[in-house]
Structure formats: C-alpha cells, structure tokens
Design a protein around this ligand. Structure first.
Ligand SMILES: *[C@@H]1O[C@H](CO)[C@@H](O)[C@H](O)[C@H]1NC(C)=O
Ligand SMILES: *[C@@H]1O[C@H](CO)[C@@H](O)[C@H](O)[C@H]1NC(C)=O
Ligand SMILES: *[C@@H]1O[C@H](CO)[C@@H](O)[C@H](O)[C@H]1NC(C)=O
Ligand SMILES: *[C@@H]1O[C@H](CO)[C@@H](O)[C@H](O)[C@H]1NC(C)=O
Ligand SMILES: *[C@@H]1O[C@H](CO)[C@@H](O)[C@H](O)[C@H]1NC(C)=O
Ligand SMILES: *[C@@H]1O[C@H](CO)[C@@H](O)[C@H](O)[C@H]1NC(C)=O
Length: 371
C-alpha cells in the first residue's frame, strides 16, 4: 500500500516535471524577451523610414538567449525601406508579431545600390514565426508601371524567406507586392496558414506564394488573388501539402516552369480542397523544351473550378512570355500525376490540355474531371 502510494506520488512528481515545459508557450515564458520597435525609435507617421529602428530591434531579438518576440504594435502605419533580417540568431526561436501595418516606399529610388529583387528578407533564422493581424503593403504600382514601360526589368518580392528551417507564418495580410508576394527558398519545415494575399489581376508576376529549393511544406486555409499564380512551385521542392486555398483572380496553382535552370527535381506535391474563381488556369505543370530532370508524384484532388478558362494543363512545351523557343528533343520527365475529383461549374475554354513532349512523353497520368 505504502509502496503503491510512493510510486504514484513519484509518477505525479515526474509528470509535473515533464509537463512543465509543455505548458509554457513562448508568450507565457517569463524569461522570454519581448522587443517592441517603438522602444527603438520607430515612428508610425507613414512617412519616416523605420529601417534603423526595425534593424536595431531585430538585432536585440536575435541576440536574446531565450525565445524572443519582435513586436510591431497595432493601429499604426510604419514606412520601411528594404531590409534584410539576418541570422543565425542566438535565440532558439523568434516570433515576429506584426499587429500594425508596414508599407514599402513608393519610390524606386529607395532601392538604389540594393538588390531590387526583394523588399523584406529573413535569412538564416531557425524557428522563425511571423504572425499577426497587420498588413504588409508592397506599394507595387510604381513597379508594375515601370515594368510595363520596360524601364525596369525586376521588381521587389515583398517577403523573401531564405534558409529558414522550422518557419511558420499565419494570419497576416500581404498586398500589392512589386513582384511575387512570398518566396520560400532553401528552407525545411514550413507552415503557412490563414493568410490573405491580394493584388490586382493585371499586376505582372505577382504570384502569391512561390516555393523553391525547399521541403516539408504545408500551406493551408489561405485566400490568394493576384496577377499571376496563386501558388507556384519551382525546382528542388519536395513534400508539399497545399489545402484549403481560395484562389482567384490569377493563373491558378502551378508546378513550374521547370527545366530552364539546370536539371529539375520536384516530387511529392499534394494539392486538395481548393476553390478557383475566375482564374486563367486551374492546376498546371509547365516545363521548358530542352530541359532535363523530373517532376513526379503530383496529385491535384477535390478541387472546384468556378469559371476557370483552362482547368487542367500539362505543358511540356512551355515557352515563357516571348514564345520564341526553338524545337528541342530533351525535356523534363513528368510522371505519376493525378487530377482527381475536379469539378467545374462553367464550361471552360479547354477543359483538359495535356501537351506532352514527343520525345520524353508524360507517363502515368490520371484525370477525373466532372463538369
Ligand atoms: C491597416 O490596414 C488595414 C487593412 O488591412 C486597414 O483597415 C487599417 O485602417 C490600416 N491601419 C493603419 C493605421 O494604417
Ligand atoms: C541577407 O544578407 C546577408 C548578409 O549580408 C546575405 O548574405 C544574404 O544573401 C542576404 N539575403 C538575401 C535573400 O538577400
Ligand atoms: C495535408 O494537410 C491536411 C491538413 O493538415 C491533412 O488533413 C492531410 O492529411 C495532409 N495530407 C498529406 C498527404 O499530408
Ligand atoms: C476546405 O477548405 C475550406 C477553405 O476554402 C476550409 O474552410 C475547410 O475547412 C476545408 N475543408 C477541409 C475538410 O479541410
Ligand atoms: C527569346 O526572346 C528573349 C527576349 O528577347 C531572349 O532573351 C531569348 O534569348 C530568346 N530566346 C530564344 C530561344 O531565342
Ligand atoms: C494546349 O497547350 C499547347 C501548349 O501550350 C498549346 O499550343 C495549344 O494551343 C493548347 N490547346 C488548346 C486547345 O488550348
């Protein structure tokens, strides 16, 4: 009897010790470090550049030896010029809480001497979370304009996530990026959820989320409507689960284009429970002639196409915007692709277009579509 009581007390004590770290979230952790940009001189007048304040606050959050948070407070608007928040950090995890709004400069000149290709970069940070109900505005119209006039070739991607393993982002609203809204590059273990991403349907190359060089990725319950792909998947991308996306306007969800930058490698992509409204395409795999490598194990399942011009496409003759490709015999090998339970509400222009290479033809393609 005594022995049993001792053992159950011991178990209780052991379970207390084990349970403690589990109960503490980063927010409750008394040793966590909360860094508010306002304490570093941020000015929320929408005109003052907050590059310095945000950079100094970042340095503090990054140097913390315990989990830390960088806070952008609510009901405020912060102008922010191009910035690269770089790790590695001492802090085992960092939560960037964007509760207020952040806006890019609406002047091309602010990128002078910098990489025009990106606005806000997070690089080499493990355990980064970006959350909050704030809005990130890329002020893209100046860039769309100069691209149309051909006075600029590139435009900034709003959020560029590079080498960030165990990355999470949710709730935020990202609008009007100069180019792609979110790029995930060279990262392992990514979860993006409950986001809203919007830009006008005529804004060039404003993809919602672009993945490349990354694996173990989940994108869920997100609303995306832009001038290009809602989600695009580039090379060296593996194990992606995309579900609960409401897409449109835009060009749909696509794998590619592949094969124009060395051998392609894409495998195990699962897209399910998505709705497409007024999109040019639905789901698509596009590869360049003359490419090599593979794209295999891609499933598109349980999708609703509400007026999409071209719901299902495999195009091994993809040729970019200039349409000046020469005929080539090699191609990216496309295999084990399923389009299952895809429903259309309107008669599309071309319901299914499988344009497979004459030399390296697509293999094991399964299509089930209902109109
Ligand atoms: C922040 O953006 C939201 C839209 O997401 C807007 O309703 C709100 O007025 C903005 N607040 C400020 C302070 O700019
Ligand atoms: C960010 O800055 C670091 C350090 O200067 C640089 O090595 C890295 O390439 C930058 N990252 C991006 C994505 O521009
Ligand atoms: C994809 O994610 C959803 C939502 O978390 C989950 O229910 C589903 O099992 C996942 N599918 C795969 C193939 O991982
Ligand atoms: C399907 O996606 C919608 C968002 O369009 C989401 O609300 C719903 O929970 C998802 N259903 C399942 C079974 O995951
Ligand atoms: C197609 O045109 C673009 C733009 O003029 C050029 O950069 C590219 O090299 C051309 N490609 C071929 C195969 O001629
Ligand atoms: C199918 O796609 C190919 C390759 O892009 C294109 O040349 C062809 O016109 C398309 N067919 C239809 C009927 O849309």
């Amino acid at each position: 009897m005594k022995g049993a009581l001792f053992i159950s007390l011991l178990l209780f004590w052991v379970s207390l010790i084990w349970a403690r770290p589990m109960q503490l979230s980063h927010e409750d952790d008394p040793s966590s470090n909360v860094v508010d940009v306002m304490e570093f001189g941020a000015v929320a007048d929408g005109k003052t550049d907050n590059f310095q304040a945000f950079s100094t606050a970042w340095a503090k959050a990054c140097a913390s030896t315990s989990p830390s948070s960088l806070v952008v407070p609510p009901n405020k608007l912060f102008l922010l010029s191009p910035v690269n928040f770089t790790g590695p950090c001492k802090s085992p995890s960092i939560n960037v809480k964007i509760l207020g709004n952040i806006s890019a400069p609406n002047e091309v000149s602010m990128w002078k001497g910098l990489n025009v290709d990106r606005w806000i970069v997070f690089d080499s940070i493990k355990g980064l979370t970006i959350t909050g109900t704030g809005q990130i505005d890329g002020q893209g119209s100046v860039w769309w304009q100069c691209r149309l006039e051909k006075t600029c070739l590139q435009a900034p991607k709003a959020l560029y996530i590079n080498h960030c393993d165990d990355f999470q982002m949710n709730e935020l609203k990202i609008i009007n990026s100069g180019e792609m809204h979110i790029v995930i590059d060279n990262s392992v273990g990514v979860q993006i959820s409950s986001m809203t991403i919007t830009a006008p349907d005529n804004s060039p190359n404003t993809d919602g989320i672009h993945l490349q060089g990354s694996k173990q990725i989940q994108i869920l319950n997100t609303v995306i409507g832009t001038g290009d792909d809602c989600i695009s998947i580039g090379t060296n991308t593996f194990n992606v689960n995309i579900t609960g996306i409401v897409c449109g306007p835009g060009h749909g969800i696509s794998v590619g284009s592949l094969g124009d930058q060395g051998p392609a490698a894409v495998e195990n992509i699962f897209v399910s429970n998505c709705t497409f409204h007024n999109t040019m395409n639905g789901v698509r795999i596009k590869t360049w002639q003359g490419g090599s490598g593979f794209c295999k194990g891609v499933t598109f399942k349980d999708l609703i196409m509400d007026s999409s011009d071209n719901p299902i496409i495999i195009d091994q003759y993809y040729c970019g915007d200039f349409n000046n490709c020469t005929s080539e015999t090699s191609a990216v090998k496309v295999s084990d692709i399923s389009f299952m339970d895809i429903r259309g509400t309107l008669i599309p222009r071309t319901a299914i277009n499988l344009s497979c290479s004459k030399s390296v033809s697509c293999a094991n393609i399964r299509v089930e579509m209902f109109i």
